[in-house]
Each structure stands twice: as structure tokens, then as C-alpha cells.
Design a protein around this ligand. Structure first.
Ligand code: FAD
Length: 239
């Protein structure tokens, strides 16, 4: 099923592999700062990165950051996303931007169920009407739209479509991918996380090629809640 989700990698630290390898070299050699990048080759950087990953020595990965623009997602998704505290966010404000005709996300299971879909759309239209009426009433009361918008928005649903810019360093992304690429994460944030992973794998393959849900590295940590599809998941991520 087609979704509205759009993820773009807006910017990232140039030469991410070189920076990580240089930071790690400082830990393990007597090199001075000027010498850190001397003699660095993609092969040497990659070898050092694989060693760091196998040791779990993750602090060098904090030196590189990736900034994504995410749109066509619900406020439900962004609420889950912003629980990841080791990150920076900027999100479209419902206090300042009027939801004149708010767009909303329809979960695939609801999209595929005719009766549920009708009910859902009715609820959205009803909420839009109430929101518009509240904005009018509160505008009369306060004499300014901004104050009206910030109170009227309490009626808006989690389904409301939004946009967000997020920046994370690579170490935080490892954690984000292990939580949110997992089949146990909700469909929407899972799609978003998998798209983010695909984008960073394109620009920093030796850093992210083994990133993904925890079951790529060992047994599924979810116990009874496991999706039961570890082999399929490994095949999808590792080929
Ligand atoms: C499948 C799934 C189900 C979930 N269900 C729920 C739920 O029912 N209810 C709910 O509230 N949340 C739920 N969450 C959210 C989850 O508990 C985390 O809040 C979210 O995944 C962010 O992860 P994090 O804290 O590791 O990330 P970050 O906030 O980015 O933190 C990264 C790491 O830094 C360290 N860290 C950060 N802050 C602190 C701190 N204050 N003290 C100590 N160490 C810190 C931790 O090691 C942490 O793993 C769920 C997440 C998933 C993936």
C-alpha cells in the first residue's frame, strides 16, 4: 500500500567514515591531531570501523550527524520519534500554523476496511468542523488568531499529518534503528526508520551496513513478544 511518507537526508557530516576513524585512531595510537587523517584510506577507515563495531566502542560514532526531513507522517509517529532524546527536532507548530483543512494519515488496516475507513473519515471531518468553530469562537473571545489556534488544536487528532526535521548522531541512530526497524515497532515509525536506514547506508555503508533491529546481531530480545520471524528479518536486512 502506498503511503504519504517522505524522508529526505538533508545534510550529514562530510566524510563520515574518516571522522569516525580519526577519532578512534586518537584513542588507540600516539598520533598527534595533525596526524590523525594522515595516511587514512577508505580501506583502513573501514577496518577500524568494523573493529569499533565489534567491540561495541561506540563513542567515536557520536562525531558524525545526519539531518533528515520527514513529511507525510502522523502526530502519532512524531510523538514516538521525539521519545528518542539523543537528537534534535524542529516540528511544524499547531500553535502558529492554522490547520485550515488538516490532512491526516489513514493506517493501512483502516484504509483496507471499507466500513472502518468510512467511520474514520467521518470522524476526521467532524473534528475539522469542531476545530473551525472553536477557532471562530476563540478568535471572538481573544481578539487574536494565535491564541485561538493554540487552544483549538486540543481537538486535533493523532492522525493529523505533520512534518519534522530530525538530527541524530550515528550512535543514537544505531539505537533508533534497533528499536524502530524492529517488527515490534508500529508500522508507521517502522517504515520511516527503515527509510532513514536506507538513506544513511547509501552515504556511509561501512558504518550502517549492519545496523537494524537487534535480532541482526543475536537472538531476539523480545521474548514472548517476538514477531517470530527472525530469519526473514535477517534476510531482509542482510541479504
Ligand atoms: C516496540 C516499542 C514499544 C514501546 N512501548 C512503549 C510504551 O508502552 N510506553 C512508553 O512510554 N514508551 C514505549 N516505547 C518507547 C521506549 O521506551 C523509548 O522511550 C524509546 O524507544 C526511546 O528509546 P531510548 O530511550 O533508548 O532513546 P534515547 O532517548 O535517544 O536514549 C538513548 C540511550 O541513552 C541513554 N539514556 C538517555 N536518557 C537517559 C536517562 N535519562 N537515564 C539513563 N540513560 C539514558 C539510554 O541508554 C538510552 O537507550 C516503546 C518503544 C518501542 C520500540
Amino acid at each position: 500500500m502506498e503511503t504519504k511518507l517522505k524522508v529526505e537526508l538533508l545534510m550529514y557530516t562530510p566524510q563520515p567514515e574518516n571522522i569516525v576513524a580519526a577519532a578512534a585512531k586518537l584513542c588507540y595510537s600516539s598520533s598527534d591531531i595533525q596526524g590523525l587523517l594522515k595516511g587514512q584510506t577508505p580501506e583502513k577507515a573501514n577496518k577500524l570501523i568494523q573493529r569499533l563495531l565489534s567491540y561495541g566502542h561506540e563513542s567515536p560514532f557520536e562525531h558524525i550527524s545526519f539531518t533528515f526531513g520527514v513529511e507525510g507522517v502522523s502526530r502519532s509517529l512524531t510523538h514516538q520519534l521525539v521519545r528518542h532524546r539523543i537528537a534534535s527536532y524542529s516540528q511544524k507548530s499547531q500553535r502558529y500554523v492554522k490547520e485550515g483543512q488538516f490532512s491526516y494519515i489513514i493506517p493501512p488496516a483502516i484504509e483496507e476496511h471499507a466500513e472502518a475507513r468510512t467511520l474514520y473519515i467521518q470522524a476526521m471531518e467532524e473534528q475539522q468542523k469542531v476545530y473551525d468553530q472553536l477557532v471562530l469562537l476563540l478568535c471572538e473571545q481573544h481578539g487574536n488568531e494565535k491564541q485561538a489556534l493554540e487552544d483549538a488544536r486540543y481537538i486535533l487528532p493523532n492522525a493529523c499529518e505533520t512534518k519534522i526535521v530530525v538530527t541524530m548522531n550515528a550512535r543514537s541512530l544505531f539505537n533508533f534503528f534497533s528499536n524502530r526497524c524492529c517488527n515490534r515497532a508500529q508500522w508507521e515509525i517502522r517504515q520511516c526508520a527503515r527509510e532513514m536506514l536506507r538513506l544513511v547506508q547509501d552515504v556511509a555503508p561501512s558504518i550502517f551496513n549492519h545496523a537494524g533491529p537487534r535480532c541482526l546481531q543475536g537472538p531476539c530480545p523480545e521474548g514472548k513478544m517476538t514477531c517470530g520471524e527472525v530469519q526473514e528479518v535477517r534476510k531482509m536486512f542482510l541479504g
